[in-house]
Design a protein around this ligand. Sequence first.
Ligand code: FES
Length: 345
Amino acid sequence: MTHRVRLLPSGHEFDVEAEESVLQAGLRAGLALAYGCSNGNCGLCQGRLISGEVKTVRHTDYVLTTAERARGNIVMCGTGLVTDAAIEAPEAGGGDVPWQEIRARVTRVDPLSDQVSVLHLKTPRTQRLRFLAGQYVTLSLNGGEFNSDYSVASCPCDDMRLQFHIPRNDDDAFSCYVHGNLGKSDVVGIKGPAGDFYFREQSERPIVFVAMDTGFAPIRSLVEQAMALEVHQDMSLYWMAQGENGANGHYLDNLCRSWSAAFDNLRYRPMVVGPGCKEMADAILDRLKSDLTGTGDIDTYLSGPAEILPALKSGLENLGWAPERVFTEPLRHNLSLHRQFARDC
Ligand code: FES
């Protein structure tokens, strides 16, 4: 039987299945709950039971102190619900998520186009990655010989199975290793997370996501979190690719189309643009201007080459967008691919 929990002070509500823990259900609902090991050892997932009845669904080694018990605290990764409940529990904002070091295993490397592969990693059950949708981490391969930063492309609601979009780049040792040598069960080091590009879930404004090439990775994470949170406002997703068979293309076009078919409030707008920075910036601004004029009170998330972001931000400001509602994330990798692009900006 399913029961409903209300979190305080946020007021977020979500359902908890019969043998599910409150923590599991909260992460599945897209919430950034505070926790550590997910396994009953650290005590970092404590919440305070305000009302309702709870039960143990998983053994936890962490023993609540007398003071914690007196406050009514529970260890949420081992606790399920017997009735509907209200629980006081902190939720993370940007900068609140602790720095972690994890050794994950490769489950597979999926080529999605001749230019981009998805690296699938699985963390140990006892050491999952806490992160906010949109953040990035440092990955290291071959015992630390190759390192590079990548945005996490999967949703924090599954903190054990992580995805990263790796563009092919013959000048980059990390990329070459992923596309040539990396195999199932190889170890990949993860350090992080970092970055302040995360979903502003308290906002009620319409949302515009603009992804440029593999800038789609953090946007995918944001969109999946927005869907997990069941946000009701209008969302528009623009994906600009530099030539369908060139650079990186819309390598997950079907996924975006399936989102758009499943969610009435999400519109997907793929666009193919020329290779230049100015050409791409003009195309984005023209399209947003014609689609969204008069609705500048919008949360806009832009992710793409670092060189284009200032031009886009000031262009949006000229169109009446509030600058503090425009959030940007540069590509964290693969900079040499964009040397020509940078000269053109
Ligand atoms: S997350 Fe460590 S005890 Fe629950």
